[in-house]
Ligand binder design. Sequence first.
Ligand code: IFM
Length: 437
Amino acid sequence: MLPPRSDFPADFVFGAATSAYQIEGSSNGNAGASHWDSFAATPGNIMDDSNGSIACDHYNRWPEDLDLIRDAGMGAYRFSTSWARVMPDGATPNPEGMDFYDRLVDGMLERGLQPHLTYYHWELPAALAVKGGWQNRDIAARFADYCVAVNARLGDRIAGAATLNEPWCIAWLSHFLGHHAPGLRDIRAAGHAMHHVLLAHGQAMSALRAEGAKNLGIVLNFETAHPADDTPAAARTAEVQDAIYNQWFIRAVMGQGYPEAALEGLRPHMPAGWEEDMQAIAQPIDWLGVNYYTRKLHAPGAGLWPAARDVAGPLPKTQMDWEIRPEGLTEFLTRLKRDHVGDLPIFVTENGMAEAAGPDVTQDPTRVAFIGDHLRAAKAAMDQGVNLRGFFYWSLLDNYEWGWGYGPRFGLVHVDYATQKRTPKSSWHAMRAMLAG
Ligand code: IFM
């Protein structure tokens, strides 16, 4: 059961989110190769050996997809531009790629949808990846140039823009844990990427401001880090994980410096002179995007820093075994207000769950309950004074779930990947009923 629309202010934004590589089909329209194409082509990286070359064929089917958002009664669409589509070699604009996003934004406006742009949701051009990608300091200037080029084409029509989606995934998950492109497990690579991703954010913010771009922010992901038991060692392990995941990025962006509990392991592996970049990183933002899904239980592991291992928790789980814990959303929103952003506008830019399709693909009762519980958790934070302005469900469509391939289904709308047929699920109907008020 979803809460009534009237629980939220009239100008509260309800929308759905997607990202380019996960839905467009990277083989469409002369996009350049990205590091996700090569990561997916490497044996053992993707559970079902799939890639994003076709995905949901959104490149060709976008009018139908935008209709689905409008027909659900939503007012906004959070989408991303693909760097590799817009600049196949990482630097030279591709008119065909720019034209696609131009049509897409016009299509949103024609349907009364606010376009909420994310500049980077992970498809780094392969040409930049081979030069070291996020390990190479030069990426910051390249990223700023890319943002300026996209802004020059779309900036007059978008409602707001985020530089990056989930820098924890871009840096830590991809360079330390090895689960995402480029698939590295190297602490020095991670230390460099953890810093350069933020430098890229800061330089892009400055460059976009110089162009007169408005309503700029960043989207960070937060995951509750609890100790697996009540020993001091487990508490310490969770504290380090919390620093890496939940504090590193927001503290740097807000000018609060990197957390010591993460620096203690990363300091020797940071790029030379990183301290001098902290001011360039801490550019004022107009809003913060919060992605929230789950919590993890952390226990001390054997071996080297950060010597942690995850322990399965007792709560109900999604198709990906992620614990469902709505109160974590209230906790993060109130914590962000208290410790980092004060009254800055916040959007929940992603929240959702993977639920396997049953014999009747339209039935997703667990997702309906999930959305209702998380909307109530968001409202609870607002009741405690959090300046929350909107909620975007992840995701509009079932899509390519990165290393998990096409198995997990996050969509309000089912996608039959063989036929590309879209079928709204009961969660889509529940959202529509709620928004119809
Ligand atoms: O699918 C991803 C998305 O690309 C980024 N945030 C989390 C989602 C679910 O894993």
